[in-house]
Every structure is written in structure tokens, then in C-alpha cells.
Design a binder for this molecule. Structure first.
Ligand code: ZN
Length: 413
């Protein structure tokens, strides 16, 4: 036994997403099948020593059967898909604080004892505050409590994090450094992401991996700061957000473009209706699985009286790769704008239902949302959008989040 092993011991933790739970126990290892887990772990020999702790989705209690065997028994989990079940065993140490929202609920952060840094507890205290505030704000926004334990495991892992139910993992390499605010910001990004998964992914799970956007895009939308400008111009991908191939590997567009499309949806339907949409979705499919169809059904109900284009708009962005370039021409003779679209890359037959906000900088006409149809141009008379008679007074998408490019084909007079 080498010196390091004697001091730090060994540790393991599971990562079952997408379909690795079946390697540990027989199961229906697909996200739509949920089950309550009842776990008992028998730890022998070295691992039976009190210096070892076993962690899972719920609280566990050790029973020292004899010198050679410790039996850990865990509380039953709520109904979970297999990929969110987890076990971790190691020489762990922890720090807990009480939550802002619910004083009875402790937020706990677990780490390996080998992380020997006397400042660790100061940092953990600040991280607890970050987590507590985000949890309170998020529960308030979505109007629901998942009942999940808010424990984090900070451990070396190649992923940034993983949203195991009741034991959210964040990579040790992201752990903040005392008095380095940038390291807190970087850590907080992953912390919030994993916490937002408590609602999207963990509470309501996609029926199958083709709809992974219901987990990752909604999570990014919830965890990202609002009015974040999205860099669509760097996106040359032809992949669509919904695709059955995402059972094997989740592509970057599901995170980045997915969140941007949801921000665009929020602009289209207004923030209060976006919130209502998410609240109805979470409460209707509480501890169940859902599909894109289910989400769009709720969107239809929420928007039918004032924004009936919303479902078709959303689907055109979720089911097609790339994004449109919008060309804006001005017809001098007829004093009208002509807006047309073409895909940035790939199949030139792709078309989107495109929202565009037109505003008069002179304030003579209020900002109005227009739609560029899929199969024809949008023609708008100048006097409909400004009373100044000047094309220079017109702004497009001012302070609006969109995921498409605009090419101006006219020169303002
Ligand atoms: Zn995620």
C-alpha cells in the first residue's frame, strides 16, 4: 500500500448518463422509465473503516456490523430515471449551511479529504450562499419545489458537472480560489447549471434523448443571465436541436442555440407568459417524463389568444439545422421594405417563421413584432413603421434577442 493510498484512500463515483446504469444493475435503462431506488451498500475491509463515507441520492446511515463490514442504508429515493441514480464512496469531508428559503433544508458540499486547504471552508461558505440565493430565486420563478436534497459533490471529473438527483456533481478543477472573483463566476456558471437541472431533466425528464433540449436547453435558459447576447455568427453547424442521434453525444448547439431560441421565444411571448409556460410544464409533468409535443401543447394553450404563431415559430427553430440570414431591401419607388430569408449554411430549402421587431427611433410609431413567413417575403410600407418618412429612423430588433443574421441591402438617406 503506498503512502498516498493510506492517507487519501480510493474513491469512486458513478456517471450513468446516458445508458451506463445497466452496467451496475439490471434495469430498464431509458429516461422514460422511472423507479424509486432502495439502496444498501456493504463495504468490506479497508472501506468498512469510519474514515470512508458512502453517498447516494438520499441520506444514508452506516451500521458497523463488525471490524470488516459496514452496512450503509439509504432512504428511498423518489421516482427517478436510472441515469440520475448515483453512488460515491471515498474519504469525504463536508460543509453545510442552511438555505435562504427553507431553514430546515441544509445545503451541503462534499469534497475529498485530500483537498487540504484551510481556506476551503471560507470558499464553501460563499458557495453555499450562491447556491442558496439561486435556489430561492429559481423556486420562486418556477413556483415549484422538487423536494430534492441540495447536496453537491466536488470531485475530479472530466465533465464540468452532472445533475445526479440530490447529489449534484461539480468538477473539482472549477472550485473557486479565495479572493478571486473570476473563479467564483466560472464556478457559479456550472453550479447554477446543475441546480437548474433539478427542475429540467430531474423533475421532468425527456421521454427519449432526441428531446434532450427539454433538459439541457431549458436548463441553460434558466441558469444563464438574461439579455445574454448569443453568438449565432460562429455557428456553422447543420445539426438540428431535436435529433435521435443525441442519445450518443449531446452537441454544443443543444446548449447554446437551444438557450438562445428559448430567449427568442421569451421575447416573442413576453417574460410573464414564458414563466407561465414553464410553470405549467413542470407542474403537469411533475416527476414524469415529457416530449417536445407535450411542451408545444402547453405553448399553444398559453399563446393561442395573442401569439398563435409561437408554436410554429418554435418548431421551425428546433427541427432544422443552421439559422436564417434575413435580407432587408428598401424599394425606393414604392417606399417599402422587403424582407426575405435564406439559410446560413446547408440545405437551401430550409425556411423559418422569423420574428422581427421594428421600431421607429423617432418614437412616431411603437415597436411592433412582425413575422417573416416561411415561403414569401415580408413587405412593409415605410409609413406603417414611421411617420418621419426616413428609413434612417427604423431600427430592427433593438434590444431583442434573436438567433439569426440581418444583411442590410439598402443605404439610409
Ligand atoms: Zn446539463
Amino acid at each position: 500500500m503506498d503512502a498516498n493510498f493510506a492517507k487519501y484512500g480510493r474513491w469512486i463515483h458513478t456517471l450513468f448518463e446516458t445508458s451506463y446504469a445497466r452496467q451496475l444493475f439490471p434495469c430498464f435503462d431509458e429516461p422514460k422509465f422511472r423507479s424509486a431506488f432502495k439502496l444498501q451498500l456493504w463495504l468490506y475491509a479497508e472501506y468498512a473503516k469510519p474514515s470512508y463515507t458512502a453517498l447516494s441520492n438520499t441520506n444514508g446511515i452506516p451500521y458497523k456490523f463488525n471490524e470488516n463490514l459496514t452496512i450503509w442504508t439509504f432512504n428511498d429515493t423518489p421516482s427517478l430515471p436510472t441515469y440520475l441514480f448515483t453512488i460515491a464512496i471515498g474519504k469525504f469531508d463536508h460543509y453545510c449551511c442552511s438555505s435562504e428559503l427553507d431553514m430546515d433544508q441544509n445545503i451541503c458540499i462534499w469534497k475529498l479529504v485530500n483537498v487540504e486547504n484551510h481556506l476551503w471552508y471560507n470558499v464553501a461558505d460563499k458557495v453555499c450562499d450562491q447556491a442558496s440565493i439561486f435556489q430561492a430565486n429559481t423556486e420562486n420563478y418556477v413556483g415549484i419545489n422538487t423536494g430534492a436534497r441540495l447536496h453537491f459533490l466536488i470531485i475530479p471529473t472530466y465533465l464540468n458537472g452532472m445533475e445526479n438527483f440530490g447529489l449534484l456533481i461539480v468538477s473539482e478543477r472549477l472550485w473557486p480560489r479565495e479572493n478571486n472573483k473570476y473563479s467564483y463566476i466560472a464556478f457559479e456558471k456550472t453550479l447554477k447549471h446543475e441546480m437548474a437541472h433539478q427542475f429540467f431533466g430531474n423533475l421532468v425528464t425527456m421521454e427519449w434523448w432526441n428531446d434532450i433540449w427539454l433538459s439541457e436547453s431549458l436548463t441553460c435558459f434558466l441558469a444563464l443571465p438574461k439579455l445574454h447576447q448569443h453568438r449565432y455568427d460562429m455557428d456553422l453547424s447543420e445539426d438540428s436541436i431535436i435529433d435521435k442521434r443525441w442519445a450518443e453525444k449531446i452537441p454544443r448547439i443543444v446548449y447554446v442555440k437551444g438557450a438562445a431560441v428559448l430567449s427568442m421565444l421569451e421575447n416573442v411571448i413576453e417574460p410573464s407568459n414564458m414563466r407561465l409556460l414553464l410553470q405549467v410544464y413542470l407542474s403537469r409533468y411533475y416527476f414524469q417524463s415529457a416530449s417536445t409535443k407535450n411542451f408545444v401543447e402547453i405553448l399553444k394553450q398559453v399563446t393561442r389568444d395573442f401569439r398563435e404563431e409561437a408554436p410554429e415559430f418554435l418548431m421551425s427553430w428546433l427541427t432544422q439545422g443552421s439559422y436564417p440570414l434575413v435580407f432587408i431591401n428598401y424599394d425606393q419607388n414604392n417606399q417599402q421594405f422587403i424582407l426575405s430569408q435564406t439559410p446560413k449554411v446547408g440545405d437551401i430549402s430550409r425556411r423559418w417563421l422569423i420574428p422581427i421587431w421594428i421600431d421607429c427611433a423617432g418614437g412616431t410609431v411603437n415597436e411592433t413584432l412582425y413575422w417573416i413567413p416561411k415561403h414569401s417575403d415580408l413587405v412593409i410600407k415605410l409609413d406603417e413603421v414611421t411617420k418621419t418618412n426616413q428609413t434612417a429612423a427604423i431600427t430592427f430588433n433593438n434590444n431583442r434577442i434573436v438567433y439569426y443574421g440581418i444583411v442590410y441591402k439598402y443605404v439610409t438617406e
